[in-house]
Design a protein around this ligand. Structure first.
Ligand SMILES: [Zn+2]
Ligand SMILES: [Zn+2]
Length: 288
């Protein structure tokens, strides 16, 4: 299991790789445009090439990009829905320019509440984005904390989207499991039975091998709170033992682990990455 962090790109993409390496990342996550806007500047060809070569020389084994927060693949507003799948296609295209392995997206909402109808609308948006982008980058659907009408807080909801997608599109889809979100959604990841509930749910509704990225965030709020607030590894309501279980879980052995932490750089990344590396070593899980 490679370990890395979500890194900022304010100083440019090659500098983001240097930063990632300096805090011990074996993998990294980044935005490929401003996540709070629909539009983005055309990526600079020199920067994408430099990023790809820096990534190789710095030994970053896995790169995942994260889509903009505005995207809502389940929107019932046809204008916003189309804007969302077009924006997703744009994200996949941008990710391919940087040679990313995968792109993580939040799914959006399901206001009507009907599982099948919501999943069908989302998977139609995904199919259009994948077809338009024609990008080799894999698309990972992230679980949510389950606030309001957000879609994707359970393996059942994510599995429904995968099922509706059909085999051709499904082959290009995976899952990003955020531990803070799952804990907030009611899976108590501080104890082994909570991990079992969650992963058994994936066995039933979606293959756990589809979980390609784990966002290893601890949670400020208790299990079931439905509040999404990340805490440093071991300092939240999941705790060190909860994260030890992550590395002991065979079904997640091929996943890449990424932290998305509040706080100041570089301390937040140095501390959390080293905490996770210690837990990985203690478990004897294969690393870099
Ligand atoms: Zn996340
Ligand atoms: Zn979150």
């Amino acid at each position: 299991m490679l370990i890395g962090a979500h890194v900022g790109v304010a100083d440019g993409y090659p500098a983001a790789v240097d930063y990632a390496a300096s805090v011990g990342c074996e993998a990294l996550q980044m935005f490929v445009k401003n996540p709070r806007q629909w539009r983005g500047a055309v990526p600079d060809a020199a920067a994408t090439t430099l990023f790809a070569s820096a990534r190789r020389t710095r030994g970053i084994g896995y790169v995942v990009t994260h889509t903009a927060y505005l995207i809502n693949l389940g929107s019932e507003d046809p204008t916003l829905w189309e804007r969302s799948w077009r924006a997703l296609a744009d994200e996949l295209w941008r990710a391919s320019l940087y040679g990313a392995d995968a792109t993580v997206t939040h799914i959006g909402t399901n206001r009507g509440g009907d599982l099948r109808r919501g999943a069908a609308r989302v998977s139609e948006a995904i199919a259009r984005a994948l077809d338009v982008a024609a990008s080799p980058v894999r698309l990972l659907l992230e679980n949510t904390a389950g606030a309001g009408t957000t879609f994707g807080s359970t393996p059942e909801e994510i599995g429904a989207v995968l099922r509706e997608a059909g085999p051709l599109h499904r082959a290009r889809l995976g899952v990003c499991l955020d531990t803070c979100h799952a804990h907030a959604a009611g899976y108590d990841l501080s104890i082994p039975s909570g991990w079992d509930d969650l992963l058994d749910g994936f066995e039933r509704h979606a293959d756990p091998a589809r979980i390609e990225v784990v966002h290893a965030n601890d949670s400020v709020f208790p299990c079931g709170s439905r509040h999404d607030r990340h805490a440093w590894v071991g300092e939240g309501t999941i705790g060190r033992q909860g994260f030890a279980r992550l590395f002991a879980e065979d079904r997640l052995a091929d996943a890449t682990v990424i932290v998305e932490m509040p706080g100041e750089v570089p301390e937040k990344d140095l501390v959390n990455i080293s905490a996770l590396r210690q837990l990985r070593e203690a478990c004897g899980a294969p690393g870099f």
